[in-house]
Structure formats: C-alpha cells, structure tokens
Write a new protein. Structure first.
Lengths: 122, 404, 102
C-alpha cells in the first residue's frame, strides 16, 4: 500500500457508511530498531489548512474557538479501527462521537432546524 | 426508451442552461463592436467546453468521484486549496452578477431598481435549492431556459449574412481597437469555459448516479447540449451584429439588449427578452450557488447532496445559503455589466488551476482504467491547457486596457 | 518513541550520510503486519507532493508530474536507512550511491 496515494486525502466513512471527512493527516510512530508504524489518521481541524498555509490554519483555529464548536482538535482515529474498502476507508467508530461531526451537529441543531422546510423530524 | 428521453433532456438542458449573464453580455458586446469578427472565440470556447465537460463527466462516471474530489485525492489539500479558493471567489462574483441581471429583468417590468430586486431574487434562488432537488434545479431551469431560443428566431428574422458569419468563425486580427478586441475574445472564452460548469456537471453525474453504460449519453449531452447551447450564444452575437453594429451602438447596459429581440419582433420581443434574461440568469444563479457548496463539501469530505433534505447535510446546505446571503450585497453595490465583465476576466484567469489537473487525472490508470484519454483527447486537453495559461497572463491586463 | 507527520514529511529534501542531496520524499510504501501498518520504504524523487511547492510551483509540478510519468527518476530507501530524528531534515544512514533506483 502506498501511504500518500492510497491513504492521504482518502474519504473516511464510519460504521454506518456516513462520511466523516477526509484523511488530512497521518501520524507515524517512530521507534529505533523497528519500521515506523501508522498510528493515527486525522480528519478535519486545522490539519488540512496547515497543508495549504499556516496563516489559514491559525485563522481556522481562531474561528473554531470563537464559535464554540465542541473541539478544535481534529478527529484522531487509531489505525486499528480502519479498514480499506472500495469507496474509501471505513472506520469502526460512530461519526457522531467524533469531533469531525461537531460542526455538522451544532449547525444542524442551532441553525438549520430553525429554518422552515429543512426536513427536521424525519 | 428511457435512455432516449434522458439524452433528449440532457441536450435540451444544455441548450436552455447555456445562456446566462456572462455569455449574453460578452456575445452581445462582441457583436456590437466587431460584427461577426469574434465568432471564432465563441466557437473555440464551445469546443473547449465540450471537451472539458465530456472529460469531467467521464471522470465522474468511471472513477466515481467528482472533479473536485479527484483533485483533492490525487493532489492533496495543499494543491486543492488553489482551485477551491479560485473557484469559490470566481463563482461568487458570477453569482452576484447573475442576481443583478435577474434583477435587471425585473426592473424592466416593474421599474424598481435591480439593486432592490437582488435580495428577493436571492431568496427565491435559495428557496429553490433548499426545497428542491438536483433534478428540479438542473432540468427545471434548463427547460424553462429554452425561452432563450428567442435569440435564434430573432437572428433568423433579421436575415444574417451566413457567409460572413462563417468567415468570422476563423480567427482574424482586428482592424482597430486591438485591446478591446482581444479583451472581447478573452471575456467570451471566460464566459464559455467557466470552471463552475464542469464542477457542476461532474457533481450532477454523481447525483444522477450515472453508470458506465451512460458514457455515450455523457458524450452526446456534452457534444450536442453544449454545442447547441453555444449556438444560441452565437445567435446573440449575430443579432447584435445586425442590430447594433451597423448603427455603431455600443452596449453599455443590459437593458439595451432588449432591442436585439424587440427589433425583429416588435409585438412580443420585449416580453420574450425579459423572460429569457430573467429565467436564464436565475437558473444560472441557482446552479452557481450549488457549485460553491459542491466545491467546499467535496474537497473537505463533508457529506453533500442536493437530493437530500437540508437537515441531512447541514454544512453543505449552509454553504449555498451563505452564498445567497452575501452575493446580493455585492449585486446591489455594483453595475451589472461592469461586474459581469470583471467576473468573466477573472474566470478566464482562473482556468489553469482547474484545467491542468484534468490533464493528469484523465490519464491516471488507477482512476480511469480503460477509459483514460487517448491521443486525440490529450492533444485537445493540452491545447486547452496552453490556452488557459495564456489567458491567465493576459486577461487581467486586458481588462484594464480594453475593458469597461 | 516519537511522532512524525506524513504530510509534513512530504516534499522534504533528504540528504545522505555525506550531506549530499538525494531527493524529496514523494511516497511511503507500507505493508500490513499482524494488523499493524508499517512503513517499509520511502520513495524519493524530484518533485515531492505538490503541497511543498509554492502556488505556481504546484501548477508546474502538476504538469511536470504528468510529463515525467513516462520516465520516473528516483530512489527507494529502506526504512532502516532513514533517520527521522529531525523530521524537518531527514537524513540517510548510507550514501546515495548505495541506494537502488526506482
């Protein structure tokens, strides 16, 4: 498996095949005498923006803190919870329990549901 | 039978959905200032668009990824931020101009300034996306947009010189006003090859769940739909060449374009023009706002679909809502024609960041399998890429030298 | 044990044991081993992933990538020959000449 081609920027889905986001960062654990191990996949947060520009990453962090979304950290998913499938990577977590969905749930509850015809209560 | 209907709808939607504020203004201005001479720019733009749209549709069907998703995956977020920012900024400018021009159509009927109309028009567009689904947005506005065929009939009624039109289809140098001529060419190319078109088209292919057996439909829709649609744009140029050019009238405001239809059809021309203007620009506004949401969502891996209720995809829905909230502010603050001309130049300049990746993606064996580009497709894409890079360097300077 | 970010490694220049530039980190080859994913090789090349380049560089890089797919120049570095104690400046524990080409 090629890490950059097949892992980085791939789509992430949870146990229920809902999209969590994309792999914005990959964390290796390096110890002497052993090949580095893929430890965590990260999705969301300033990780993505840091790859584009440091200024934008700081802006993104500041905005998150201001608007009080539950987490400013990206979702950290352990490699042990990851499986590779045809349409991206499947992670054995419930998306709603990850910070990745923090914005989505907050916006749904506090903004979208207050607008008529949003499909609330389906 | 169902497939024939799909093909027919696809072509018809392409025709009805092609004309909008940008193509209308750039074609009319070109015809008014230079007669048939800039027809070649429309032809070149149309051919390029057909290649790009077919390619993005094929990419979406075979790789099961939209153009934005494929760029993100293959080139990483670092690169993707370029077409993302460029796409959102350019689309926002164009969205504002579409809202303004829809407002102009309403202004022609009611006398109330487009600066006020921009807001209820934005609300209407937002409601269409909020309550509707992809089929309604694309096919509904496309079918209603067939009223733009009035320009075809107007052109026919005015008896154009087909020989000179054909001659205009070949590139030629201007006799005078070089900067304006080339700016006209650049704007036409920007209006024809707006990146939002192929981002939207590839998203549509995924929304409509096209499969590999739909690839021929993709080719026909791209070729005939965009082709005939460009034909309508050419008819706008022709009517301007026949109505404005002989009189030396330069187009300074959208309202003046009513003459293009009112002159050949004194009884109903004005009403038809207003309908065509309003419907096509409104439809374009909805599609562009949706495209902004597609770009943001697809690049981030946020769930997206116009076919779901807004509550299912809160972030996606709120992106296009934010676009509709902010765009009318810009629309109300500027002159519609100047805004359109500027946004067409900026669009032309932004082409390389979206077009160059296609060149790489469509040759990717892992993504495209046996459907990757062959030599003719690559030659076409390389030529378009070269043109895009040239446009990057000349469009903004030309906007200052030759623009409004 | 230390943590290293793959996206930060991408595009970073690697020098060999004598300080000679070898190439940018373009790719990591990994394999599953007892449920763990371990890096076996680093692939070094001229371009790295596009994000390490500036904006215009990314455009040129995309094209260069396409054109260079025909004849890819690069090196494969086994995991135990890469010293990541300073992730911003990776070093090889051997000389460039000892590396197999890609």
């Amino acid at each position: 498996m090629l890490i950059v081609r097949d892992l980085l920027d791939s789509k992430l889905r949870d146990t229920f095949r809902r999209e969590i986001g994309r792999v914005d960062g990959i964390v290796l654990e390096v110890e002497p005498g052993a090949p580095p191990r893929v430890a965590w996949l990260e999705a969301g947060g300033p990780v993505a923006w840091r790859r584009a520009s440091h200024t934008l990453a700081r802006l993104d962090e500041a905005l998150r803190r201001r608007w009080g979304a539950r987490q400013t950290e990206p979702a950290r998913l352990p490699w042990s919870a990851v499986a590779s499938t045809e349409d991206g990577l499947r992670v054995t977590v419930d998306a709603d329990r990850t910070p990745a969905m923090a914005w989505e749930l907050w916006l749904r509850e506090h903004v979208v549901h207050r607008i008529p015809f949003s499909g609330r209560g389906r | 039978m169902k497939k024939i209907l799909e093909v027919f709808l696809g072509i018809v939607t392409g025709i009805g959905g092609f004309l909008e504020a940008g193509s209308l203004a750039t074609s009319a201005q070109a015809g008014a200032q230079f007669g048939y001479q800039l027809t070649w720019a429309l032809v070149l733009g149309a051919l390029s668009l057909i290649v790009l749209v077919e390619a993005s549709g094929r990419l979406a069907v075979v790789s099961r990824r939209t153009v934005a998703e494929a760029i993100r995956e293959r080139f990483g977020f670092g690169y993707f931020s370029l077409p993302l920012v460029a796409g959102v900024v350019v689309s926002f400018l164009v969205l504002a101009s579409e809202l303004a021009v829809t407002g102009v159509a309403l202004q022609l009927v009611t006398g109330i300034s487009y600066r006020w109309w921009a807001f209820p028009v934005a609300l209407g567009g937002w409601f269409l996306l909020w309550k509707g689904n992809f089929g309604i947005v694309e096919k509904g506005t496309g079918l209603l947009g067939l009223v733009s065929l009035v320009f075809l009939f107007a052109a026919l009624k005015l008896h154009p010189d087909w020989g000179r039109l054909a001659a205009g289809a070949l590139p030629s140098a201007p006799k005078e006003e070089g900067a304006q001529y080339w700016f006209g060419a650049v704007s036409i190319l920007g209006a024809s090859i707006s990146p939002y078109l192929f981002f939207f088209y590839s998203s549509g292919a995924v929304e409509d769940d096209w499969k590999e057996e739909d690839l021929p439909i993709n080719r026909i829709t791209a070729g005939l739909g965009m082709g005939f649609g460009a034909g309508v744009s050419i008819m706008v140029l022709v009517t301007a060449a026949l109505v404005f050019f002989p009189r030396g009238i330069e187009v300074a405001r959208y309202e003046e374009l009513a003459m293009l239809v009112a002159q050949p059809f004194p009884r109903f021309g004005f009403a038809l023009f207003v309908l065509a203007l309003g419907i096509t620009c409104f439809g374009a506004a909805a599609e562009i706002a949706l495209t902004i949401a597609y770009l943001a969502a697809q690049g981030w891996g946020i769930p997206w679909s116009e076919n779901q209720k807004p509550a299912e995809h809160a972030r996606f829905s709120l992106v296009y809502s934010a676009a509709f909230l902010l765009a009318p502010l810009l629309a109300a603050a500027t002159d519609p024609l100047k805004l359109t001309n500027l946004s067409m130049a900026v669009t032309a300049a932004s082409l390389p960041v979206s077009v160059l990746p296609l060149l790489v993606l469509l040759n990717d064996r892992q993504l495209m399998g046996e459907h990757r580009n062959r030599l003719p497709g690559n030659v076409a894409l390389v030529l378009i890429s070269v043109m895009a890079v040239v446009l990057l360097f000349v469009s903004i300077p030309l906007a200052f030298l030759g623009g409004g | 044990m230390s943590e290293v970010r793959v996206e930060r490694l991408l595009g970073t220049w690697v020098v060999d044991s004598e300080g000679e530039k070898v190439g940018r980190i373009e790719e990591l080859l990994a394999a599953d081993h007892d449920g763990e994913c371990r890096v076996l090789e680093y692939h070094l090349g001229r371009y790295g992933k596009l994000e390490s380049l500036g904006a215009m560089g990314r455009l040129g890089g995309a094209l260069a990538r396409f054109l260079s797919n025909r004849s890819h120049e690069g090196y494969a570095v086994r995991w135990d020959r890469m010293d990541l104690s300073d992730p911003a400046h990776p070093r090889l524990t051997c000389r460039r000449a000892e590396l197999p080409r890609l």
